[in-house]
Design a protein around this ligand. Structure first.
Ligand code: 9MR
Ligand code: 9MR
Length: 868
């Protein structure tokens, strides 16, 4: 026996238990990172030389004051288990090693004291579990020493119990790529599942089978999200555009994919068409979506529907009815929820608002006539028409003046009982009911109505004013009733969407009201929020969601021109880039490149939308800084969603060879009734959810690794539903990715003389929109100048004259100089160029006597502009 002598803890003759390995990432192989290991904050750990080493502080009182552990170990009563590890410490130390419950009462199944010396020694214990556990914990309790020391552990193994079922689906080729393709200028990487430990060679072939590039893979160990042994490969150097490329590794060939500049225009349009498809209260027109997807209007009071135009409250919670027709159905069900409706419409509006402010963003593919909406040709950008369908519904959910809780918003409206599948909306016979108002819903209304007010101002001043009034009223009502939480058990006939922490909704609503009004009270509310400056609270590592909305406010504060001081703006942008740095690091570490590292490694219900929301933060950081590292992490996220993942699955219908089609939906129910269609192209499936929360998942997915807990089955609503708040960030990201490419997207018509992408007839032109908010003695103005010509405007100068006594005091996103009544605005460092079809927005505060009038004539580089 070696020095430091460790006798195995079991007696002679005890039999080592065989059975499955329960520890994930017990050998800390190269590239596998530290997940799912955790440690106490006082003893930070990292992988060093293939071991996990923790810096243990001096002077803690108890062994359990410093811990390295792993959770979620299933144990079965009566089964025996073998625990093994090797460990060393920079000073000899006695540690406690427990296998126990992870929460009170911490029942232990195994506890030992192990002497650890300065050279790594193996330790082995055998024990029998006394009780069943679904999620026991292994804890190395390494505190309680006078001196600080470094503790290192390796080759941790816990084996035993019965062989659990292993979920082993048919995943096709082990070579995983983005099945749509890779942008010419972007990163190009993939993953291969293989038991090989040495690098393998990869070969890229074009559509004709000709080898165009080759290289070797990088072994990455066991990926904890899939428990697959994987290698990664990178072919970023290839920039030859083409369709039908494949990658071959070790005799296996990937699905085909493209390399090109123009890959995401179709997805931008389809992801947004999702919302039209799911409109309530209007016939879905074959002329827009094709015969297969056309259907009668739902919930318009035609039997057997009971109609959404006169909806009473559940259980007499109110004595009035509301006309809440219209809006979008939430998901596969026919409920309409203000919480969730809010984040969804906010992200649809933000896909548009981004095009007003981000350099290189193109509003045309979202503009009038560009999308599948029946309001084409009304001179309003189609994306705003779509948003308005939902905004009108949200406004209608506000408690009328004079009623109890006036100004709050009803939490939701849905069927009294759950209906079965399939069922077209117009055939739903269930009574429809309003549920009690909630603070969270009220703040969703305040935030989105405030955003509505500023975006609709140029198009419909009355609607904009209605939105602003509703937003102010809702915000005040939420302040008066700050803790009315929706009942978490209210999930008969519709989802609960309950949330008992609304500090984030308050943050979001105050941010939007400030951006729209410029008023100091809202600014103080948002900047004074306990969340402000706390990046992890505003942008949780697992992603923003319907229940974590502060980030929506922070993203808008960081990008929408306002009167924030330079320091305040730097602070909020700092949160965005700090969060994006975290997501980019997660992506760089992940074997499948996904920018998502949720807590405990658990993939949640709707995980694909969490991935997308992290991508929205990354893309915004890219818009703000131009740093390509952020862009690359966004594109790797798209790779993951479109096929570079443990299941070789494209989660977007109609995109990629192995796409999801059977999402949980009552009309797109082909799997249940072959006369009905599959999910419409551009529909995002919820994605892996390791909590197995529906009967099909429980039945079919036992033993799945987190990123593999998904099945394309219509009844697996906890892994395979669709919903508005998941398609909204998909639309946002598709819009961003389309802008990154070279094309103008779905609105791009080569025969359209007004199309700025048309190479013929070089033309110049500009359009200006100018609006102001006034108060006694002062004003805030916002200006957007659009290059309607087809050549870029470099170093722009926008000039106008004030008619009255306005004096500019402070400008943002432009240098504004004034001489008498003549004013010239010039770019700041990052917005010097206005690309064809793109806009630049800026704003300023000023002083003025009573009621000055806004300027109406502008020149861009001495050329007259149209006004709006
Ligand atoms: O169809 C419902 C889906 O939209 C929800 O996300 C899910 C969870 O609330 O519930 C689905 O409805 C099922 C219900 O919960 C139980 N009975 C069967 C219903 C249809 O599959
Ligand atoms: O997206 C929601 C998810 O975060 C919750 O965990 C889940 C269970 O409460 O509900 C999801 O939302 C569903 C809603 O309750 C009903 N309509 C369908 C939604 C998506 O599955």
């Amino acid at each position: 026996m070696a020095a430091g002598g460790l006798a195995p803890a079991h007696g002679a003759g005890a039999e080592a238990a065989a059975g499955p390995e329960l520890i994930v990432n017990g050998d800390f192989a190269a590239g596998a990172g530290t997940a799912p290991w955790w440690w106490t904050e006082n003893s930070p750990a990292a992988v060093a030389d293939g071991r996990l080493c923790a810096e243990v502080p001096a002077g803690t009182a108890n062994a359990w004051d410093a811990i390295i552990g792993q959770n979620d170990l299933p144990l079965t009563a009566g089964e025996s288990y073998t625990l093994r590890f090797t460990a060393s410490a920079t000073t000899p130390v006695a540690i406690r090693t427990n296998v126990q419950m992870a929460t009170e009462p911490w029942t232990t199944e195994h506890a030992s004291v192990d002497q650890i010396g300065t050279t790594a020694q193996p330790v082995e214990h055998i024990f029998t579990a006394g009780a069943d556990h679904t999620a026991a914990q292994l804890a190395f309790q390494i505190g309680g020493t006078d001196e600080a020391y470094t503790f290192c552990v390796d080759d941790v193994s816990l084996q035993g119990g019965a062989e659990p079922p292993v979920y082993d689906p048919d995943t096709g080729s082990p070579v995983r790529v983005n099945q749509v393709g890779y942008l010419t200028e972007g990163p190009k990487s993939g993953t291969v599942v293989t038991e090989a430990t040495e690098p393998l060679s990869w070969t890229l072939r074009d559509a004709s089978g000709t080898e165009t590039a080759s290289g070797s893979t990088t072994p990455a160990g066991v990926d904890p999200t899939s428990r697959q042994n994987v290698h990664t490969f990178d072919f970023s150097e290839v920039t030859e555009a083409g369709e039908g490329y494949t990658i071959t590794v070790d005799g296996a060939t990937s699905e085909p994919f493209a390399i090109g500049g123009d890959l995401y225009g179709g997805l931008r349009g389809d992801a947004l068409a999702y919302f039209y498809h799911n409109r309530s209260g209007i016939e879905i027109d074959a002329a827009l979506v094709g015969e297969e997807y056309a259907r009668p209007a739902g919930h318009v009071n035609v039997a057997p529907n009971q109609g959404d135009d006169d909806v009473p409250c559940q259980d007499d919670a109110c004595d009035y009815t509301l006309d809440a027709a219209g809006g979008w159905y939430d998901a596969g069900d026919h409920g309409k929820y203000v919480v969730n409706g809010g984040i969804a419409v906010a992200q649809v509006m933000s896909a548009y608002e981004r095009t007003l402010h981000a350099e290189g963003a193109d509003g045309d593919p979202l503009g009038d006539g560009a999308l599948r909406v029946p309001e084409q040709g009304n001179d309003v950008p189609d994306v705003l028409d779509e948003a308005r369908w939902q905004l009108d519904f949200l406004l209608s959910m506000q408690v009328p003046a004079g009623e109890p809780l006036a100004g709050m918003a009803h939490h939701k409206l849905h069927d009294a009982q759950w209906t079965g599948l399939p069922l077209l909306p117009h055939e739903d016979p269930q009574p429809r009911e309003l549920h009690a108002p909630s603070t969270a819903a009220t703040l969703n209304l305040a935030a989105t109505a405030a955003q509505c007010a500023r975006l609709f101002e140029p198009y419909d001043a009355d609607f904009s004013a209605r939105c602003l009034t509703a937003a102010r009223t809702a915000y005040a009502a939420a302040q008066a009733h700050p803790e009315r939480y929706a009942d978490p058990n209210d999930s008969t006939g519709g989802g609960a969407y309950s949330d008992d922490d609304v500090t984030d909704e308050f943050y979001w609503a105050a941010a939007e009201l400030y951006l729209t009004t410029g008023e100091d009270a809202f600014r103080q509310d948002v900047l004074g929020s306990p969340l402000h400056g706390d990046t992890d609270a505003v942008f949780p590592r697992g992603g923003m969601s319907w229940g974590a909305t502060a980030g929506l406010g922070a993203l808008d504060l960081a990008t929408v021109p306002s009167g924030l001081t330079d320091d305040q703006l730097a602070g909020v942008r700092g949160m965005v880039t700090a969060a994006a740095d975290g997501y980019a690091a997660d992506s760089a570490q992940a074997a499948y490149g996904v920018p998502y590292a949720p807590s405990g490694g658990h993939y949640v219900w709707g995980s694909n939308s969490q991935v997308l929301n992290n991508m929205v933060v990354l893309a915004t950081a890219h818009d703000l800084t131009g740093e390509t590292g952020y862009r690359d992490a966004v594109l790797r996220g798209l790779d993951y969603l479109l096929g570079r993942n443990p299941l070789n699955q494209s989660y977007v219908t109609g995109y990629g060879e192995r796409d999801s089609k059977n999402q949980h939906h009552r009309f797109w129910a082909h799997q249940a009734d072959p006369s009905l269609p599959y999910a419409a192209p551009g529909s995002l499936a919820g994605g892996p959810n390791d909590a197995l929360q529906d009967p099909v998942a429980e039945q079919e997915l036992q033993g799945c690794a987190p990123a593999m807990c998904y099945i394309d089955h219509i009844e697996s609503y906890s892994t395979n539903e669709v919903t508005i708040n998941w398609n909204a960030p998909l639309a946002w990201i598709a819009s961003y990715a389309d802008d990154l490419g070279s094309g103008g997207g779905p609105g791009d018509d080569p025969d359209d003389p007004d199309d700025p992408d048309d190479p013929d007839d070089p033309a110049t032109g500009c359009q200006v929109s100018y609006s102001s908010d006034r108060w006694t003695g002062g004003f805030t103005s916002r200006v957007t100048v659009t290059n309607t010509g087809d050549t870029a405007v470099e170093g722009w100068e926008l000039a106008w004259s004030f008619a009255d006594d306005q004096r500019v005091t402070h400008a943002w996103n432009a240098e504004v100089t004034q001489s008498g009544q003549d004013v010239v605005a010039r770019p700041v460092s990052w917005n010097t160029t206005i690309q064809p079809g793109a806009s630049v927005s800026f704003g300023f505060n000023g002083t003025a006597g009573s009621d000055p009038s806004d300027p109406t004539a502008f020149t861009l580089n001495a050329q007259d502009c149209a006004t709006q």
